[in-house]
Design a protein around this ligand. Structure first.
Ligand code: PEP
Ligand code: MN
Length: 342
């Protein structure tokens, strides 16, 4: 913890802060600059009360140095978390990035999902995504086929060997969804649904959380901390964009910088979602590439057999043909990055 004193702080004001720190069990280390004095408080962060210190005369600013997320933090675990699935597929660390591919929601006809899954498998993708329980802004929009959707995902997964990623919106649905999902997805709107985070963590399944549309990176990591604190280490983060001030040309503002930032402060795998992050089909490939180049452990992409008739998110969904072309280039990029150790 760092206490920055005002340039005009008097010696007695500085000493008052030092004595407060020492009587509360902290060691105070003073750094007297030409303009201002900075005091480092060394001790147990949990006992530190920033507001109490900030109220002392002559204090300009109190900064917390160590992060409030302990389990998600790289300080506590320097090595990358790698999540390994029963079929040997791994996500995280130096493993080749994983692709999570599929329609926004599982549609009424199974055939479309199978066509997407077949194409994804052919392109080397290991994860099939699709929503059976859909978080929709309007209650009048299509809400998902629920159990039927889960059954379709299972059929497609058994046919291709792909692992299933699907969203859970309510703790009540967890037992059912756990029968079908290999990764539980917690969507952007539920990033701070703390009961859901804890309950999902308690299942022991890998959980992927998407950042809330207005969440800070610290809040995102604290959401991960909720899951980790249940004793479940299998957490994946997914950057899916935030609400920007300009939504004229894009649905959200995809924060590509969040990938290396999160990887600096946390050991957890991070993937990028350029579909929801941009809302525009033509932006999916360039932003997927950007994500890979800055170190994403995977990419989530929405692909639909007939995007113009999709029940949700058609405008950001790739056609199967576009997806195959995109994957050719993404695979090439990943090959180069692997060969050159980029
Ligand atoms: C999704 O991935 O299906 C989804 C609804 O995404 P988000 O939570 O990022 O809006
Ligand atoms: Mn979607």
């Amino acid at each position: 913890m760092i206490i920055v004193m005002e340039p005009k702080a008097t010696e007695s004001q500085i000493q008052a802060v030092v004595s407060y720190l020492e009587t509360n069990g902290f060691k105070a280390v003073l750094n007297r600059g030409d303009i201002m004095t900075v005091i480092a408080a060394i001790g147990d962060r949990k006992l530190f009360q920033p507001n109490a210190v900030a109220s002392y005369e002559g204090v300009r600013e109190v900064k917390l140095i160590s992060e409030p997320y302990k389990l998600a933090s790289r300080e506590g675990q320097p090595d990358d978390t790698v999540i390994e699935f029963e079929n040997g597929v791994k996500i995280g660390g130096k493993n080749r990035p994983q692709m999570m591919v599929g329609p926004c929601c599982v549609e009424k006809e199974l055939d479309g999902l199978l066509r997407v899954a077949d194409a994804a498998k052919e392109c080397g993708c290991n994860f099939l995504r699709g929503g059976a329980f859909k978080p929709r802004t309007s209650p009048y929009d299509f809400q998902g086929y629920e159990e039927k959707g889960l059954e379709y995902l299972k059929i497609a997964s058994e046919r291709t060997g792909m692992l299933v990623v699907t969203e859970v919106m309510d703790t009540l649905d967890l037992p059912l969804i756990c029968e079908y999902a290999d990764i539980l997805q917690i969507g952007a709107r539920n990033m701070q649904n703390f009961k859901l985070l804890k309950a999902a963590g308690q299942t022991g399944k890998p959980v992927m959380i998407k950042n809330g549309p207005a969440a800070t990176i610290r809040e995102f990591l604290l959401a991960a901390e909720y899951i980790l604190s249940t004793g479940n280490p299998k957490v994946i983060l997914c950057e899916r964009g935030v609400k920007g001030f300009d939504s004229t040309y894009t649905r959200n503002t995809l924060d590509v910088a969040a990938i290396p930032v999160i990887k600096r402060y946390s050991h957890l795998p991070v993937i990028i979602d350029p579909s929801h992050g941009t809302g525009r089909r033509y932006l999916v490939e360039p932003l997927a590439k950007a994500g890979l180049v800055v170190g994403a452990n995977g990419v989530m992409m929405e692909v639909h057999h007939d995007p113009d008739r999709a029940s949700s998110d058609g405008a950001q969904s790739l056609t199967i043909e576009q997806f195959k072309q995109t994957m050719k280039r993404l695979n090439h990029l990943m090959d180069i990055m692997e060969e050159e150790s980029i």
